[in-house]
Design a protein around this ligand. Structure first.
Ligand SMILES: [Zn+2]
Length: 260
């Protein structure tokens, strides 16, 4: 049994989404977490979840690698999310704009991170208020900023998707029982392979971040949720585990984190 813990289902052409999901379910994927880019994406993922009940877990938020929302839009989105009480959902994809910030800094442009931190704080507070899991995009030094907020609001269920970062953040995340997920680049990225071998198995999930394209053995292929099978096999091989055992544990982790 497999789960794709982080998928941009609405990043695929509209006419292909349901087929993509059906193919994934036929290929042994039990469920996918459909993270949102923003308000419109939240609506789309909510409808996908209604069409695939129990198998598509929507996550609602505003992706950080795009302009932060103004106060009014942010309040409107948070209110929309609160109105979903009674429905299954998580908060995400939210976090901090690492790549946008680095790009600006490389060009010598000023970058004001404050509105992004304020935005993340609202989503972290909302996750704590509603008792929902939160899917985070917070890598390298941004992980520590996200951890400060998660600790301040005592968030219990936090998932750092496609995590990359230093040892001190990793130690802090493990101490708090926070999860990380690995993408297909675990087959070819040395720093991700190291993380896959070192992070506690009971805090690991597998994801594709599809339709994000991968390299190595995946070059030129459309990213599909069933690629989490390759991720799980690689984790097992890196840790010297039986594939079935790794699959069972990682599936149980994901189910417990998002579905229970
Ligand atoms: Zn993503």
């Amino acid at each position: 049994m497999l789960y794709d813990a982080h998928l941009h289902a609405d990043g695929y052409p509209a006419e292909r989404r349901d087929e993509l999901l059906r193919q994934a379910f036929d290929a042994g994927v039990a469920g996918v977490v459909a993270v949102s880019m923003g308000a419109a994406s939240c609506e789309t993922n909510r409808l996908l979840a209604q069409r695939h009940p129990g198998r598509v877990m929507p996550a609602y938020g505003h992706h950080p690698e795009q302009p932060a929302l103004g106060e009014e839009e942010l309040s409107r989105l948070c209110a929309w999310i609160r109105d979903r009480a009674g429905e299954p959902f998580a908060i995400g994809e939210v976090g901090l704009p690492y790549y946008t910030r680095k790009e600006a800094e490389a060009k010598g442009e000023p970058f004001d991170e404050a509105p992004y931190v304020r935005q993340l704080e609202r989503f972290v507070a909302l996750a704590a208020e509603l008792g929902r899991p939160i899917a985070l995009h917070a890598v390298y030094e941004d992980a520590d900023k996200a951890l400060d907020l998660l600790e301040r609001y005592r968030v219990r269920k936090a998932h750092f998707h496609w995590f990359k970062g230093g040892e001190s953040a990793v130690r802090r995340m493990i101490r708090s029982g926070y999860f990380v997920s690995l993408t297909p680049d675990v087959l070819y990225e040395p720093e991700i392979r190291e993380l896959a071998a070192a992070y506690p198995l009971e805090l690991l999930m597998a994801e594709t971040d599809g339709p994000w394209p991968f390299e190595g053995p995946f070059a030129g292929r459309t990213t599909e949720p069933s690629m989490v099978g390759d991720v799980v096999r690689e984790i097992a091989s890196l840790r010297g585990l039986d594939v079935r055992e790794a699959e069972r544990t990682i599936a149980a982790n994901t189910r417990r984190f998002y579905w229970e």
